[in-house]
Design a protein around this ligand. Structure first.
Ligand SMILES: O=c1ccn([C@@H]2O[C@H](COP(=O)(O)OP(=O)(O)O[C@H]3O[C@H](CO)[C@@H](O)[C@H](O)[C@H]3O)[C@@H](O)[C@H]2O)c(=O)[nH]1
Ligand SMILES: [Mn+2]
Length: 748
């Protein structure tokens, strides 16, 4: 390695070769399938009476065929992720001296103190303050969309605790730098260093004291808010901006000794943007826009780390690693963001909901990195402020003041800050003029008649797509030690809601005029367009998934063959495609350290989400487009509740969710179960194994992956099982589907 090398990369050639060969082979083997389907329609329309065509009605064949085409299409899009896997390494030891490092602003977003426990949010804040980076170059902004007094108060105590914690981390190279995670490890017993033990004891005391202060405030004001009253004020209030520093903390007689070692502290700011019923606030995207503006006049760092409130820094090194790319003069002008994976601290071995998104971080993201860079995942990324402002990648900027006003709004300080982004020593401002201006920047009206919210930061994938199409590149870094850890969803209900939101959000891009499939831009190669197309359209997989899970067993139930006979040579491509894709998935599961169980789980969860979240997400998006319904952002619940975690940790599904989600799944299972029984009986009686084997096998496979649902329905009697009432409703619905099938398929 050269001495000055800041980063390196490596394309996995063997993996790329294997992936591409697989893609090719798979495409070739689908050709006969499509030939067979097409031939059927040809014969059907020309009234050729081949033997099976008499028994097979057009409609189910058509539906299954459409399902296969969509599935194939979606699969083709997805192959872009396997084309050129690339991994990177950063060498922070080769960074220039601290004085020359650029400044960093950290944004932490929170919205609901009941679902996002204040202590956890503060834990994220403290861990971000503890990043291994010069304190005078680090600022942390908290956006509180809940405008909760408890959050502001807690920040005060967090600041005080941080004055103890930061020097402690530095002195003993503490990892993880999240105090909560650190104190959960009970390290004390393992250490023989007396100095450490002394310090540790002191810090434990300080930590408990700090937690008590945060809690006691909550207790005084009631732990659970009067939700309604709080909602009213959270949705209707003026902007609040508060710099948390020594003088602010001192004003509070309740605060403990501040800054005992008199260390330099990162700049810490609390922001609750203005909310009015008359103005849409655009959820997290809106919050990030405000933080971007507010920070631009207060600290104006050229790079911004965006964190969800539950995503604490697990390691101190991410900032320096990211800077390896931003200080490299050869590439820094073209890099818009450095993305880290989203990993979680509460994943158990089974991970029945695939909450960790297993395939994403070791497979999907390196794949996108090989093609101009990873998509933006919404959190854990260091983004280039200039890119966010829409600075043209090649031009230096725009000097026409009217145009700047039109784009960025009327604040002179903000416009002035645009030219100062790269000043490494831009001093943080907290005089009252600046704070007043910052409040003005956090008002609802500021964005009116500007490009904010239109051109600027929409949420994750969309923002990333816009930047990539302007020619910006991005970087994916996945160092062995996870840099950030968040809390993953731990029950079915949360997983459903989250996927509904994601499906709706992604389809907003997929069904817009910017649909990556059709929106060409010179900055974007075709493979990258495929990447975005899949990301924006995958919720539509609900069509083929429901086809396979519902039409298929329906036909089997009535003895209508959909696939060639086993003795027919055309059977081979079907069998090959099915087996090879399952084997591929199995290999992937092993590759990511998973097991046969992981493969089964993921097969199941895709079907489960495909029958529910993808459908509702699509509906949500379409209704939003038609103006029938406003899209909403329901944050996931991060409050750890022992009851929920027990189910998750035991690898059992927690079926306590609404019928809206359960009924489609249970119905599909009942349909497959009954068609399997009836279909197999028919095959035995009429000796039609040859014709019906494929369907019998497919239903069998569906039953195997549905075992936990069947168990939840029939065997489990606990409180998280599938309620009898849901099963009954699903039986009714299945009967309805079967009768409908009879009318359409049998009594034509
Ligand atoms: O009006 C809102 C709603 C949410 N949030 C914050 O947004 C973050 C993400 O919300 P969360 O409930 O954790 O959603 P997840 O589904 O877990 O988040 C994933 O999906 C989001 C997009 O739906 C991305 O923004 C996130 O980065 C990504 O981790 C949290 O910090 C929230 O506090 C706000 O600030 N304002
Ligand atoms: Mn989250």
């Amino acid at each position: 390695m050269e001495k000055s090398k800041l980063h390196g990369w490596h394309v996995h050639k063997v993996r790329a070769f294997l992936n591409r060969s697989y893609t090719l082979l798979h495409i070739l083997s689908t050709a006969p399938i499509f030939y067979l389907r097409a031939a059927y329609f040809y014969d059907h329309t020309n009234n050729n009476t081949g033997d099976i065509y008499n028994v097979v009605p057009l409609l189910p064949w058509l539906m299954v065929f459409v399902g296969e085409v969509i599935f194939f299409f979606s699969w083709i899009l997805k192959q872009s992720y396997y084309w050129r896997p690339l991994t990177r390494t950063a060498y922070p030891e080769n960074l220039p001296v601290d004085e020359q490092l650029p400044k960093i602003d950290v944004f932490v977003c929170t919205v609901d103190p009941n679902k996002e426990p204040t202590l956890d949010v503060m834990n994220t804040v403290i861990s971000a303050m503890s990043l291994d980076y010069p304190a005078d170059k680090l600022s942390v902004y908290v956006s509180d969309d809940g405008a909760a007094a408890v959050t502001l108060d807690a920040m005060k105590h967090a600041w005080v605790f941080a004055t103890w914690w930061l020097p402690f981390c530095k002195r003993h190279n503490i990892l993880p730098i999240s105090p909560k995670a650190f104190f959960q490890q009970h390290l004390q017993q393992q250490s023989h260093n007396t100095h450490f033990i002394q310090d540790y004891k002191l810090l434990t005391e300080k930590y408990e004291e700090y937690e008590d202060r945060v809690r006691s405030w909550k207790e005084r004001r009631g732990d659970k808010y009067d939700s309604k009253a709080n909602k009213r004020s959270a949705q209707d209030h003026s902007p609040i901006i508060q710099v948390i520093n020594e003088s602010f903390v001192r004003d509070d007689d309740n605060a403990a000794t501040t800054n005992p070692e008199n260390i330099k502290m990162p700049f810490l700011v609390y922001v609750a943007r203005e909310k009015r019923h008359s103005h849409h606030h655009h959820f997290k995207a809106g919050a990030l826009n405000v933080l971007q503006r507010v920070s631009s006049i207060l600290s104006n760092a050229p790079y911004i780390l965006v964190l969800d409130c539950d995503m604490y820094c697990n390691d101190s090194n991410s900032a320096r690693q990211a800077m390896c790319f931003y200080v490299d003069p050869e590439i820094n002008r073209s890099i818009a963001w450095v993305q880290y994976p989203q990993k979680f601290h509460n994943i158990n071995e089974q991970d029945v909901y695939d909450s960790q998104m297993r395939a994403s971080w070791p497979i999907i993201y390196p794949g996108t990195d090989g093609i101009q860079g990873p998509i933006l995942s919404g959190t854990n990324f260091y983004i280039n402020r200039k890119a966010l402002y829409g600075f043209n990648i090649s031009a230096a900027g725009n000097d026409n003041i009217d145009e700047l006003r039109h784009t960025f709004g009327s604040s002179n300080l903000l416009i002035k800050s645009l030219t100062q982004i790269n000043e490494p020593n831009y001093p943080s401002k907290f005089s009252s003029d600046y704070l007043q201006e910052a409040e003005f920047l956090a008002t609802c009206v500021y964005e009116e008649d500007t490009q904010w919210g239109k051109k600027a930061m929409v949420e994750d994938v969309m923002t990333g797509f816009i930047l990539h199409s302007q020619g910006w590149k991005s970087v994916y870094l996945n160092p062995p030690r996870p840099q950030f850890l968040g809390s993953a969803t731990m029950n079915l209900n949360e997983a459903f809601i989250q996927y509904c939101r994601w499906s709706a959000g992604l389809l907003q891009l997929g069904l817009s005029k910017y649909c990556p499939l059709f929106h060409t831009s010179p900055g974007m190669p075709i493979l990258q367009r495929l990447i975005y197309s899949w990301a924006a359209l995958f919720p539509l997989d609900f069509l083929p998934i429901s086809c396979f899970a519902i039409i298929q067993p329906l036909c089997f139930f009535y003895g209508i063959p959909l696939y060639p006979k086993v003795s027919d040579p055309f059977f081979i491509p079907f069998a090959f495609v099915f087996i090879s894709s399952q084997l591929k998935h199995l290999c992937e599961a092993f590759f990511c350290g998973g097991s046969v169980n992981a493969w089964l789980n993921e097969q199941r969860i895709v079907v489960i989400k495909g029958l529910t979240s993808y459908v509702y997400g699509t509906l949500d998006c379409v209704m939003g487009k038609l103006g029938i319904r406003e899209t909403s952002f329901m944050p996931t619940n991060k409050a750890r509740d022992d009851d929920t975690s027990t189910w998750y940790l035991n690898g059992k599904y927690d079926f306590r969710t609404s019928n809206m989600f359960l009924v489609p799944i249970v119905t599909a299972v009942i349909l497959n179960l009954s068609s399997f029984v009836v279909g197999v009986a028919r095959a035995i009686v009429s000796q039609s194994w040859d014709t019906l084997f494929a369907q019998a096998f497919f239903s069998f496979y569906m039953l195997i992956i549905s075992l936990p649902v069947i168990e939840g329905m029939l065997l489990r009697k606990d409180k998280a099982c599938i309620p009898l009432q849901t099963t009954l409703k699903s039986i009714l619905l299945s009967c309805f589907v079967l009768s409908l099938g009879y009318l359409i398929l049998v009594r034509r």
